[in-house]
Write a protein that binds this ligand. Structure first.
Ligand SMILES: Cc1ncc(COP(=O)(O)O)c(C=O)c1O
Length: 416
């Protein structure tokens, strides 16, 4: 099957609703008289005005037309002025090479991933994912019952040779080929890895050779600690093989619940149809607040803000690393996170950390996440724990890691 037919065939079950298509037409023809409009009348809503002050002092006031748009249904693809702005941003940051791309707004990257996976995977379909995997994705996959093929990572992210091996073996034994690869390339959750540019290029070539899609879940793309931003899969994409998820959660607000999917326009059409019959669209007020922010802050100001966020997490990471060295040298092993918010730590000698993380740590007043959370099969024994440096203060990290070290020593003693 050629690639364009493949893209067009995906999720052919999803159809656009007639009512929602009128909502979109209506939003585009503001002066038309509509007897089709079944939306609630926004003048009945109990809001007079919404005022917001952004950091730096910019104030906005939502009244009249903007207030009713913020409180009203919107087109499922997204609030039109924000869609325009976000398309400009995607052009600015990623400069997609092929023309047939488009975007749809989602309630964050998790919702986007879940909809993409639901759209593409039928029961039993083979799919590849970087392991360990963000547990939200695992949760979205489990009811879809795909054939889950884990692709391991090292300190440079997922290993292309492992993808090639899986695909080649399947091709030679006439097994169905994986439809999609899930990858969380920058500041991977839970590993903190950043996939190197050369690996990204190799993986894109493998996707061409073995005809799979790439689901690029990249909510930490602006939270990396490298000199130069990594090249995204979207930038490498020449024909619409990449489905890219951006999110404002890590750099603007997690609670506004907004993300953007950028993909081939046929895929975006199907995803928009899916939005119509599920969340309908992300919060109009959130979309308005983001639109206003992007409209008042220049790209340079936004970039400066992202740089500040990077500096914040980098200094937190450095504190965590120096205290980890102080307390856990010899007891555990870890990589230096190149992005994101987590240290992925292998506890030496302890074959399964569940008891340690779930009982001992909690009883001593500290919380860490046992690595089981990031395995498709959660019952498998795990030696890793995930530590976050996002919220804890240096004093708290110091105290928590000294307790953790004591508990690991006790666990090891039990084994002797
Ligand atoms: C890898 C990964 N994907 C998706 C999400 C969810 O992001 P959002 O808030 O945009 O839904 C997270 C949040 O922790 C994450 O770590």
């Amino acid at each position: 099957m050629d690639f364009t037919t493949f893209i067009t065939k995906i999720a052919s079950r999803r159809k656009s609703g007639i009512l929602r298509s009128y909502a979109k037409k209506f939003a585009e023809h503001k002066n038309a008289i509509s007897l089709a409009n079944g939306m609630p009348n926004a003048t009945t809503f109990p809001f007079e005005e919404i005022s917001v002050t952004y950091k730096g002092g910019t104030k906005i006031k939502l009244t009249g037309e903007e207030l009713s748009s913020s409180l009203q249904y919107a087109p499922s693809q997204g609030y039109l002025p924000l869609l325009k702005k976000m398309r400009e941003f995607q052009e600015h940051w990623y400069k997609p090479i092929y023309n047939e791309w488009d975007i749809v707004l989602t309630c964050g990257s998790m919702e986007g991933c879940s909809k993409v996976l639901e759209m593409i995977l039928e029961n039993g379909d083979p799919m590849m994912a970087q392991v360990p995997t963000y547990d939200g994705i695992l949760g979205a996959l489990i009811p879809l019952e795909p054939e889950f093929i884990g692709i391991e990572q090292d300190e440079d992210g997922i290993i292309p040779a492992n993808i090639a091996k899986v695909c080649e073996e399947r091709r030679c034994s006439d097994k169905p080929m994986p439809k999609i690869l899930y990858v969380n390339p920058t500041g991977g959750n839970p590993t903190g890895t950043v996939l190197t540019d050369s690996r990204r290029r190799q993986i894109y070539e493998l996707a061409e050779t073995y005809n799979f899609l790439i689901l690029e879940d990249d909510p930490y793309s602006f939270v990396h600690f490298l000199e130069k931003a990594p090249t995204t899969f979207l930038e490498l994409d020449t024909k619409g093989r990449v489905i890219r998820l951006d999110s404002i959660s890590k750099v603007i607000s997690a609670g506004l619940r907004l993300g953007v999917i950028t993909a081939h326009k046929e895929i975006i059409k199907k995803l928009t149809a899916h939005m119509e019959t599920t969340s309908i669209h992300p919060s109009s007020l959130s979309q308005m607040l983001l639109y206003k922010l992007l409209n008042t802050w220049s790209v340079d100001k936004l970039q400066k803000h992202f740089n500040d966020v990077q500096r914040f997490y980098r200094s937190r990471r450095d504190v965590m690393l120096s205290l980890t060295e102080k307390h856990l040298t010899g007891l555990a092993e870890w990589n230096v996170p190149k992005g994101g918010m987590f240290v992925w730590m292998k506890v030496n000698k302890v074959k399964d950390v569940m008891e340690l993380a779930d009982k001992e740590c909690i009883s001593q007043g500290i919380f860490v996440i046992p690595g089981h959370a990031f395995n498709y099969d959660r019952s498998k024994p795990e030696q890793h724990i995930r530590l976050s440096y996002s919220y804890a203060t240096p004093e708290e990290i110091d105290k928590a890691l000294s307790i953790l070290a004591k508990l690991i020593r006790e666990e090891i003693k039990k084994l002797d």
